[in-house]
Design a protein around this ligand. Sequence first.
Ligand code: FAD
Length: 395
Amino acid sequence: MKDITIVGGGPAGALCGERLASHGFRVTIFDERLSWEKPCGGGLTHKAIARYPFLLDSPQPKRIVRTAELISGGGHRARFEMSHPIVIYARKVLNALLLDRAVAAGCTAVCSRVTSVDTDGRDVRVTVGGEEHRSDFVVLAAGARNQLLPETTALGAQDLEVTLGYFVPVEQEIIKVKFLKQFEGYLWSFPRADHLSVGICAKMGQRPSQQLRRHLDDFVVEESIPMDGARFYSHVLPSPQARTLRDRRIAGRNWAMAGDAAACVDPITGEGLYYALRSGDLLAQALIEDQPQAYPERLRAAFSADLEFAAHIARKLFRGNFLGGAITTRMVQLLNYSPAFRDLVRDVFSGEQDYRSLKRRLWDQFGITALEIMRTVFHPRAAASRPAGSRELAP
Ligand SMILES: Cc1cc2nc3c(=O)[nH]c(=O)nc-3n(C[C@H](O)[C@H](O)[C@H](O)COP(=O)(O)OP(=O)(O)OC[C@H]3O[C@@H](n4cnc5c(N)ncnc54)[C@H](O)[C@@H]3O)c2cc1C
């Protein structure tokens, strides 16, 4: 197997192509837009940087953010320093960086739309601009809206999120995330090198888009974001159910999916860049070892079992209650009251804390957290030194 076609030159396709080409495969990447400003936050967590250090070391413009603020539906705020910074790129810059590396490794990148994929014969046949392109294997990395589905099913509304947002030409230093009451999703403001990406995400079909737009516009006003020159965007994002991650077919004899096409996205945070890169990387490695059939199992071992666990708890996290208040509100309040809880959230933000061991860690430190809360309640000086913006522990 030597000739590989990759449909989609986003993070998943470009990194997969780079790895394959550098091992002597002949790789053609087709992308209808190549590097473009895909609607996205553009935030890369520490786990992405640790595995792919060139994302930090590259000279391309990016913003390195160390401070985050969480805001509850009732307006409680908690600001904290992350244990590792989040690196934020404009997607046009990130895509160009990854595609340049793929081309430098030997890939051919073609700006064209693929209209069909046929995996039935000995060769894979891909139709591009009315012409047929043949290869031994096809990597489908065409994103969440991918309709090229040999032998598998499309992601349904239950597996998708709607996102709306603005690119705003203003510079800021901190990441903000706001939760809303009884709402599966959140609002965000991500500072990039020379602009902000502000947006809202919500489970598809749960809220009318006018309502999402209203929440977004309220957030922009509340956070005093000047909107001169802002550009509106909307896009879909996978938010996979547990059974989709477990059961959906993502590979066959001569094809495999990576990135959003394979629903490799954290169903709680919407983080997809790391999983796109990692899935492209794992698929390339399986092809290099001539073991493409091992790819789904390796993906599961690397992260998709953890994402499946996240899918089980996502709804409870966004809609559930704890001690008479919303879990998301309690989370924001605990951040202000408990250093041990703050350490945990910092690790979750930087991607160092996986979901499967989160429950155990929460239980293990339950006593410490309770003690820290009691201390702030009964110790007036500690209470007086609570961070600005924090309030009493009340619903
Ligand atoms: C609003 C929003 C905010 C987000 N914020 C973050 C964030 O801050 N951090 C994070 O980690 N993740 C974030 N994500 C998720 C992240 O954007 C995706 O997970 C990531 O882009 C997936 O990469 P990919 O390569 O699989 O797909 P994509 O980046 O979508 O790339 C797919 C490529 O395929 C091409 N293509 C599609 N169809 C065809 C076709 N028929 N023929 C040829 N080419 C085709 C497209 O042009 C595109 O370039 C966000 C997503 C959204 C929508």
